[in-house]
Ligand binder design. Structure first.
Ligand code: SF4
Length: 251
C-alpha cells in the first residue's frame, strides 16, 4: 500500500470574479496517464543508472541506518551528513545502543548538524522501538506513523528503502520535480497541491526497483531539478516536462 497523503480538506469556494460573480474552482488535477507514468519511470531509472550518487545509506536496507540517514538529511546537505552518519553509527550502532545513551552525549554527538530536536526525536524513536518492538522498526505504515517523529515522508522512505514496499515519498525535492513535470502551473505550496502531488507520487511507484526509483526521484530534485536555475538541458524529463523551457521557475 502506498503512503497515505495528508487528510483531505474541503475545497475552498470559488473567489468572487468581475461583477461580484463567483468563479468556479478548477476541478481536481488529473493523475498522469499510464503511458506518461511509464515513460517517467523508464527515463528516471535510466538516468539514475548513469548519474545516481553513491551514498552509504544506499548500500543498506537496515531500518535503523535508513532512519538515521533520513533524519540527518532533513534540512541538511548530503556533504555535511556523510561524516556524521559514519560517526553516529560507529557510536550508536543499533536502536538498543542509542536508547540507553545519555541524552547529553547524543546531543553532543549530533553537533554541528543543528536542529537539535532531531537527535532527541531519534532517541525517542529508538526507545519506543526497544520498549515495544524488540529493538526493531515495524514495517507497516500505521505503526510507523504512530511513532512521534515519523511522518508520512519518513514512513514512506523506511518502507521503500528498508522493507522494499511499494511506498511513495514526497519531500521538498520530490514535490518540486513532480510539480514541474506533471503540473507546471498553480500554487505549488498549497495544501491541495501537496495532496495532489502525493497522489502523483503514489501513482508512479513501480512494482519493481522501488528503492532505486525513490532514491532517483530525490537525486533528480537535489542535483538537476534544483529550486533555482534547474539544469533542464541535462534533465531526462525535459521532453514532456510542463515547465520546460523554464521561465521564472521557483519552488
Ligand atoms: S526539464 Fe527542467 S523543470 Fe523539468 S524536470 Fe527537468 S530540470 Fe526540472
Amino acid at each position: 500500500m502506498p503512503a497515505k497523503p495528508p487528510a483531505s480538506k474541503a475545497r475552498a469556494p470559488g473567489k468572487n470574479g468581475k461583477n461580484g460573480k463567483k468563479t468556479r474552482s478548477p476541478g481536481p488535477l488529473p493523475i498522469p496517464a499510464a503511458s506518461d507514468r511509464r515513460r517517467f519511470r523508464q527515463r528516471l531509472l535510466a538516468w539514475y543508472g548513469r548519474h545516481g550518487r553513491d551514498l552509504p545509506w544506499r548500500n543498506t536496507s537496515d531500518p535503523y541506518h535508513i532512519l538515521v540517514s533520513e533524519i540527518m538529511l532533513q534540512q541538511t546537505q548530503v556533504d555535511r551528513v556523510l561524516p556524521k552518519y559514519a560517526e553516529w553509527l560507529d557510536k550508536y550502532p543499533s536502536f538498543d545502543a542509542l536508547a540507553v545513551a545519555p541524552e547529553a552525549d547524543v546531543t553532543a554527538t549530533w553537533y554541528p548538524l543543528g536542529y537539535n530536536i532531531r537527535p532527541r526525536r531519534l532517541q525517542m524513536i529508538a526507545r519506543e522501538a526497544v520498549s515495544r518492538y524488540g529493538g526493531q522498526l515495524p514495517a507497516d505504515e500505521a505503526t510507523l506513523l504512530s511513532f512521534k517523529g515519523i511522518g508520512a515522508y519518513t514512513a514512506g522512505a523506511i518502507r521503500s528503502f528498508a522493507f522494499q514496499q511499494r511506498a511513495a515519498i514526497l519531500d521538498t525535492n520530490v514535490a518540486r520535480v513532480l510539480f514541474r513535470v506533471f503540473v507546471g502551473g498553480g500554487d505549488h505550496k498549497s495544501h491541495a497541491m501537496k495532496r495532489h502531488l502525493w497522489k502523483v507520487s503514489e501513482s508512479l511507484v513501480p512494482v519493481r526497483h522501488v528503492f532505486d526509483f525513490n532514491q532517483a526521484l530525490m537525486d533528480l530534485g537535489a542535483t538537476v531539478c534544483v529550486a533555482r536555475q534547474p539544469k533542464c538541458p541535462a534533465c531526462p524529463m525535459a521532453k514532456g516536462c510542463r515547465s520546460f523551457p523554464p521561465s521564472g521557475l521557483s519552488g
